[in-house]
Write a new protein. Structure first.
Lengths: 327, 322
């Protein structure tokens, strides 16, 4: 049986790049690949983390998955059903199943609606329900996200940052979404509020058996929240695997560098920059220009190698090559 | 004993508007010795930045008013100023802001702004020497494409690059005290680390002291010797960084530390209480943290605890330690 709730294969998103400011983008002009054949699968009830720095394509990925960008030629399968971005009903199906919580709670909540109406937006076929039923559903969602009922009549401007993110969450769970996409949900919050939201997310996941796609640049949060992690670098997944394995034994030089640079109380050693980081390479391995362990094969694009259930896009883990060099 | 480089004594700052007065800082004292790296940690609204602005002396204009307190810097009284026009900025105290795009002038090229930094100190420096100083300072902050950056305007540079340029400016002036207000927030992790190790290396070189303002306890742990924890306009705990981390005395410090996830998923829920930092326009009576504190007692609701010395250099403002 196929227990993958979401499958993404060869997702490529490219944007047209304007070369001059006052020129319109024409099809003949340069394009930039923001996501370069991304593939991943998410199981029911799993938290899948995507970690990456600025420009890695994290947000583009999130936007594509809720049908804001509709690239051609990729395969997205949700609950076993193929999604065709050209068909309106398919995009709607995608949105019905995937809810999204954005980084910026101010921009994602309509300032002129009350919290009640905002949560109502997330309720599908609300027209078929009686007023009483709607009210029950909304109060239930508010209770689940631990938002006091007295806040339902407030406007977003009257809420704190943490409360706004709770409203965003309530809007996604009221419609019974199976997957919630969290795009940096806690980055704009104070640390103690972040911790509250993380606790809430874990609680919700257990109660509602939903899956999360957790996008963030914060390694501590990823490590704490996710079952599986993929490391995104300028549109490519460089390493993907079980969280524990990935953090304990980072294989890709980029992952290792990220984990080394991470701030935590346990890391007492002082960080020193061992090498300069360069621009992402256009040819061969994309991390080539910043990599400390660069060697000759890196001029070709590495495929993904599977080591201990972690897939690594790095020539260092090419078993065949290693063997042939030894012999 | 080392003389104090900076000594802030019971500083209180109000923001006064037509219809009300808000107390932003209440009786904040802080001292720094030469060569120390001191951190100020707190969440939004705790008054960290206001304190920094008061120290650099740009705060005391309406609506802000320093109601009480003194600031001594390097043996001189800089607030209330003894004499008019005592200039301690630049060579004395210098500040790097969170967002370099707003602290760099958008209509001057990087070259011109660095030159300005020289001109404020030694306008008589010969031009040839100025060029040398400018280029050397950019090399020291590890910018490779020096000429390209020199001719660029701030908006053409990346966030990390801009922050490097503002560090280069500081390098030229070699201040005795460098205040960093969230210098790496909003930058990528690896860039953050690089900027921080850059600052720490430069500290050795220009032998200045650093006051680091951040909301991130983990970042300050990597840099600071001592730390002040602020909550709702007051210092609630201060002491040696290592000791504070190992054994936080104030429940708020403990909560801040517990808020940073350390382990994997199976390590259990994060130990934080509900609620959020208080609205400083109407702070709760007594200890400002009592509504969120799991160990709150009757007295916490009524009376504000004072900062009291514990063993060694540790100070904490909490009724638990009376």
């Amino acid at each position: 049986m196929n227990d993958n709730i979401l499958e993404v294969e060869n997702l490529t998103v490219q944007f047209k790049v304007k070369t001059k400011i006052f020129q319109r983008a024409r099809s003949t002009e340069k394009t930039k690949k923001v996501l370069d054949s991304i593939s991943f699968r998410i199981k029911q009830g799993e938290t899948f983390g995507i970690v990456g720095e600025t420009g890695s394509g994290k947000t583009t990925l999130a936007r594509t998955l809720v049908g804001i960008y509709r690239p051609k030629g990729c395969k997205i399968r949700i609950n076993g059903k193929d999604i065709d971005f050209r068909k309106r009903e398919d995009v709607l199906l995608l949105r019905k199943n995937i809810g999204i919580v954005f980084q910026d709670p101010v921009g994602s909540l309509n300032p002129r609606l009350t919290v009640y109406d905002i949560i109502l937006e997330g309720l599908p076929n609300a027209k078929k329900l009686s007023k009483q039923e709607i009210k029950e559903k909304i109060t239930e969602a508010a209770n689940l996200v631990e938002l006091p009922e007295s806040k339902l009549e407030s406007y977003p401007a009257e809420l704190s940052g943490g409360e706004k993110q709770r409203v965003s969450l309530a809007r996604t769970i009221v419609g019974g979404k199976e997957i919630i996409l969290l795009d940096e949900p806690t980055s704009s919050l104070d640390v103690s509020i972040q911790a509250q939201i993380l606790n809430l997310l874990i609680k919700l996941k257990q109660e509602l058996s939903i899956s999360y796609i957790f996008i963030t640049h914060d390694l501590n949060v990823i490590k704490y929240m996710c079952d599986r992690v993929s490391v995104l670098y300028y549109g490519q997944i460089l390493e993907e695997g079980d969280t524990f394995e990935l953090f304990e034994h980072p294989r890709h030089p980029y992952t290792a560098e990220l984990i080394r640079a991470n701030f935590s109380f346990s890391s007492t050693e002082t960080y020193s920059a061992t090498h300069e980081s360069g621009e992402p390479s256009r040819e061969g391995c994309i991390y080539k220009n910043s990599c400390p362990s660069r060697f000759s094969p890196c001029d070709q694009v590495p495929p993904s190698f599977l080591v201990n259930n972690v897939s690594v896009k790095c020539w260092l883990y090419d078993q065949a090559k290693i063997k042939s060099e030894r012999s | 004993m080392n003389p104090d480089l900076l000594n802030v004594e019971s500083l209180s700052v109000n923001f006064e508007t037509v219809d009300r007065t808000v107390e932003i800082l209440k009786d904040v004292s802080l001292r720094m010795e030469k060569g120390e790296v001191v951190g100020i940690v707190g969440e939004s609204g705790s008054g960290k930045t206001t304190l920094a602005l008061a120290i650099v002396g740009v705060l005391d204009v309406p609506p802000a008013r320093i109601v009480k307190g003194t600031i001594h810097f390097d043996g001189r009284k800089i607030f209330p100023a003894e004499e008019r026009g005592t200039n301690f900025r630049g060579k004395g105290i210098n500040m790097i802001f969170q967002e370099p795009l707003t602290s760099l002038n958008p209509v001057y090229s990087v070259h011109d702004q660095l030159e300005e930094a020289i001109n404020t100190e030694n306008p008589s420096t010969p031009n040839k020497e100025k060029e040398e100083i400018i280029r050397r300072s950019l090399k020291e902050v590890m910018i490779r494409d020096v000429e390209g950056v020199l001719n660029a305007y701030p908006h053409q540079l990346s966030g990390g690059m801009r922050q490097r340029v503002s560090i280069a400016m500081v390098l030229i002036q070699k201040p005795q005290l460098l205040i960093l207000d969230e210098p790496t927030t909003g930058l990528d992790l690896i860039v953050q680390r690089k900027i921080i190790s850059l600052i720490m290396n430069l500290k050795k070189e220009i032998s200045s002291s650093i006051l680091l303002i951040t909301h991130d306890l983990a970042v300050s742990a990597s840099m600071c010797d001592r730390v002040y924890v602020m909550y709702a306009g007051r210092v609630v705990e201060n002491g040696e960084m290592k000791e504070v981390l190992q054994k936080p005395l104030h429940p708020y410090t403990a909560m801040l530390k517990n808020s940073v996830p350390e382990g994997f998923l199976n390590s259990g829920p994060l130990k934080v209480s509900s609620g959020s930092p208080p609205d400083i326009r109407s702070p709760p009576p007594g200890c400002a943290f009592h509504p969120r504190c799991s160990r709150a007692m009757e007295i916490c609701r009524i009376k504000v605890p004072e900062l009291k010395k514990q063993n060694g250099d540790r100070e904490v403002a909490c009724w638990l330690y009376e």
